[in-house]
Write a protein that binds this ligand. Structure first.
Ligand code: 5GP
Ligand code: ZN
Length: 116
């Protein structure tokens, strides 16, 4: 999709240091890391968000989770990590191309914010 920053990263048009890549998926460090390990996993293909994904995207998203697990370990979050998929305005999604955040250690990520 034109004017989508993550499509451009996936296509190699904007530089990012891939820590993983295959035909369908790339992973690279977040430009503004929130934790010592903070990697984004994206499909190369434009999917707007988890809310817009269809059943035909589910195998790809399953593979993204497997990639996330292996990357978290190889990037040094060996004792657990958190995967976050911000979705839509309620979820605080800023880049409208599906992505998984992997955030991790060495220290615990901490509790999710309580807002109820
Ligand atoms: P969201 O809030 O949409 O879940 O998160 C988008 C994330 O993408 C943010 O954490 C932001 O720092 C990251 N980001 C935005 N633009 C770029 C970029 O050009 N390169 C990289 N590596 N990360 C980006
Ligand atoms: Zn895109």
């Amino acid at each position: 999709m034109t004017d989508c920053i993550f499509c451009k990263i996936g296509a190699g048009e904007i530089p990012a240091k891939f820590v993983y890549e295959d035909e369908d998926i790339v992973a690279f460090p977040d430009i503004q890391p929130q934790r010592p390990v903070h990697i984004l996993v994206i499909p190369r293909r434009h999917i707007v968000s988890l809310a817009e994904a269809t059943p035909s995207d589910e195998a790809l998203m399953g593979r993204m989770l497997g990639v996330a697990n292996r990357i978290a370990t190889s990037q040094g979050s060996t004792d657990g990590f958190r995967v976050i998929i911000n979705t839509g305005p309620i979820g605080g999604q800023e880049v409208m191309h599906l992505h998984m955040h992997i955030v991790g250690g060495p220290d615990p990520v901490g509790p999710m914010l309580k807002r109820v």
